[in-house]
Design a protein. Structure first.
Lengths: 114, 113
């Protein structure tokens, strides 16, 4: 069974540009979560989608947005990039709406903002 | 507010010794506490979890204990092996924040052979 996949692996942008990160969940999973992992820090919750709806949002500015497609894959968009947006962005998927369902993580996309 | 504190931030142990990581949480309504292991270049992987109606859970060399009164929970790894070297994260649910997982800052564990 294929795990959670993310693309691209690495992404280099300059300040002010936009970045788009993609995530494909495990087959059968309907929930997708996005986390930001800055260097030396823990995981910060960004967004949670289930069945195409945004279910919860972390304490991040509106320039962080996303969506979930009918096939349950998801996209994270970061507009007006700032230097401090440089981080590893992790996507996780789980089955259903229960927060207690195991979240399976992808390998992440390393975003570097110059 | 929603907060999970994790200690220590780094832990170095001799192979065969035990390792203990402690986390405290702020929301008395929290009811789910997973632990994740992140190896270099990989995403975190769930290794064990505990729900608020249980005080302890074991899985081979790994155990987790929960003290709801004190609002803290701990990960215990016995007979550590080099492959246990990784970053470990605790997490807790925060219903007041829309039922999401909040993670601790992580503990880098190094098992010396």
């Amino acid at each position: 069974e294929a795990g959670v996949t993310q693309s691209p692996t690495h992404l280099i942008k300059t300040r002010g540009q936009q970045a788009t990160l993609r995530c494909s969940p495990i087959s059968g999973h309907t929930s997708v979560y996005w986390y930001q992992q800055a260097l030396g820090l823990g995981l910060q919750f960004l967004l949670w989608y289930d069945e195409g709806e945004e279910r919860n949002r972390g304490n991040f500015p509106p320039r962080f947005s996303g969506r979930q497609f009918p096939n349950y894959s998801s996209e994270l968009n970061v507009n007006a990039l700032e230097l401090e947006d440089s981080a590893l962005y992790l996507c996780a998927s789980s089955w259903g709406l229960q927060i207690t369902n195991e979240q399976f993580f992808g390998p992440g996309t390393r975003l570097t903002v110059l | 507010g929603e907060n999970v504190e994790q200690h220590p931030s780094t832990l170095s142990v001799q192979e065969g010794d035990s390792a203990v990581i402690k986390c405290t949480y702020s929301d008395s309504a929290s009811n789910y506490f997973p632990w994740y292991k992140q190896e270099l270049g990989k995403g975190p992987q769930l290794i064990i979890d505990i729900r608020s109606n249980v005080g302890e859970k074991k899985d081979q060399r790994i155990a987790v204990t929960l003290n709801k009164t004190a609002k803290h929970f701990s990960l215990h790894i016995t007979e550590t092996q080099p492959e246990d070297s990784a970053v470990y994260f605790c997490a807790a649910t925060f219903k007041a924040a829309g039922n999401k997982l909040t993670f601790g800052g992580g503990t880098r564990v190094l098992v010396k052979p």
